[in-house]
Ligand binder design. Sequence first.
Ligand code: LP5
Ligand code: MN
Length: 241
Amino acid sequence: MLTVFVSDLHLSEQATGIRELFESFLNGPARDADQLYILGDLFDYWLGDDSLVLPFERSIADQLAATACAGTTINFMPGNRDFLAGPNLMAAARMRAVADSTVCQINGRPTLLLHGDTLCTDDFAYWAFRNLVRSADWQRNFLDQPLDVRRQQVETLRDRSESAKQEKSEALMNVNAAAVATAFRQQGVDRMIHGHVHRQGAHEDEIDGTTCRRWVLGDWGRTGSYLRCDDDDWRLCSYPE
Ligand code: LP5
Ligand code: MN
């Protein structure tokens, strides 16, 4: 059994290098795997499933569907940039939707999977923003607007988010240790995988006398980052190696 995990690719029409890297990953390590998990922020942003009419969005969905048809089960968890991904994207890309903070059996081991933003509990400004855009009313109003208006709003939001981040410390934008411990305790697991913070690493924390292991996926740039899990070895890898 081979399972691979990625997150934080931030695919966009402009970032052609990452698109090519991901396409080759889908035809390589992902095709060799039984399961591919995408733990959020596959897209730089997802404006709603009606964007599947656009050539870039459609081509990514088609590439994912081709890998799924070749035999890899693809599981998609939304991130803070693509939480508007809906059933039409899942169907077009032949992906299975997995909710944030779900315990899945990964090669027979119960493992908590998250995007990772919910572990960043010190970032109050982000939480205010998150609560707003995750409300059903807000999403309905947003999706009622034409695609080009939504794109304009999100471009403005990206600028505001980038300047807000300049004012925040690295520690504030990282996971909160108590939130990590609470997640392990509440879910009753000793393994966790997430992305979002862009700090690839494997961590071991002693929680209530149990060694808990947490793998953090890296973001994609000139190279890709993925976690490769076979039955007895879970390893963070670069792509290409
Ligand atoms: O994404 P990343 O890692 O760079 O930064 C995140 C947090 N920022 C965000 C914003 C997204 O990056 C923007 C793209 C989302 C597209 C979603 C599409 C549908 C929604 C459309 C909304 C118009 O998530 C950042 C965190 C960082 O992670 C680390 O955890 O710090 O949070 C922020 O920077 C948020 C700011 O602190 C507050 C933003 C204030 C803007 C308020 C505008 C409200 C509504 C705007 C409507 C036009
Ligand atoms: Mn994210």
